[in-house]
Design a protein around this ligand. Sequence first.
Ligand code: GFB
Length: 318
Amino acid sequence: MGSVRGESRRRHGEPKRARSWKRRIVGGALVRRLREGGFENLLLASREQLDLTEQAAVRSFFSAEKPEYVFLAAAKVGGILANDTYPATFLYDNLAIELNVIDAAWRSGVEKLLFLGSSCIYPKLASQPISENALLTGPLEPTNEAYAVAKIAGIKLAEAYRRQHGFKTISLMPTNLYGPGDNFDLQSSHALPALLRKFHQARESGASEVSVWGSGTPRREFLHVDDLANAAVFLMQTYDEPEIINVGTGEDISIADLARLIAQMTGFTGRIVFDSSKADGTPRKLLDVSRLTRLGWRARISLEDGIRQVYRWYVSCG
Ligand code: GFB
């Protein structure tokens, strides 16, 4: 099996810090899962080794290495603020990565490619839980429209290569992910790692309050990356349909309750305040995971166990 990882160089003039945030939780979890499964012949490429936004570099890598199976886990990702602040980067980099990798994979005779999207591809006000059929049935959430459009283009690209060339591609739509190795930068990260850091630091410093972005009313579903890696290997081995497939736990929590849970786990006993100057984003994006459940797969890591495990990792990495 081969899997490819990479990230993009600076473009569009975003500040140096924006280049520094790294989130390789998916790639790391896939490598762990594949090695546990006895797959040793992994082909990995770091951003320094391979810039996936450079077409020529990607083509020569694939024609030289000729991987059999590709997990396309590389993407420019970030939380609500980063998405809203850098739409050009999120659209350009993700489109470039998808175009280059899917095309080069097909040209070099890859047996099967797995593409990872995100639940933000669905309409902002989709009925809940969100079925795969809700794709392209309504307006997107403005704060992540650029990223969502790039991911929808990736889905359509994978489908088109399957229909025109018979290239075996499958597309997984995971919900919000979290795990060890996450990005904890407070400006560019997602909610869960940001709240873990904020509450931990507040407990350490004795601060009397922690600020949570938005109203606290939005609801989110969180999937541990080890569960995602498990589902990805399962589907790479068993699923071969053009239809996209949701990957989640089927349960969600309000941001206010998540903040309270993390406050309790980190031992913070002060006040939680909500900063309404920050965007709430999509009110709710709970995935309908019945298609995946019918195939015999279920998430195993509960939110509480998962957060506890990531918090231990965060504290140990200091
Ligand atoms: O995880 P998050 O950044 O992404 O925010 P989205 C989730 C919710 O948590 C939002 C709130 O309502 C935020 O306002 N929140 C509260 C915080 N405190 C914080 C904080 O300190 N940091 C952050 N980041 N949020 C993303 C999309 O949307 O979901 C991406 O923008 C991608 O493109 C990702 O799809 C999975 O869930 O709102």
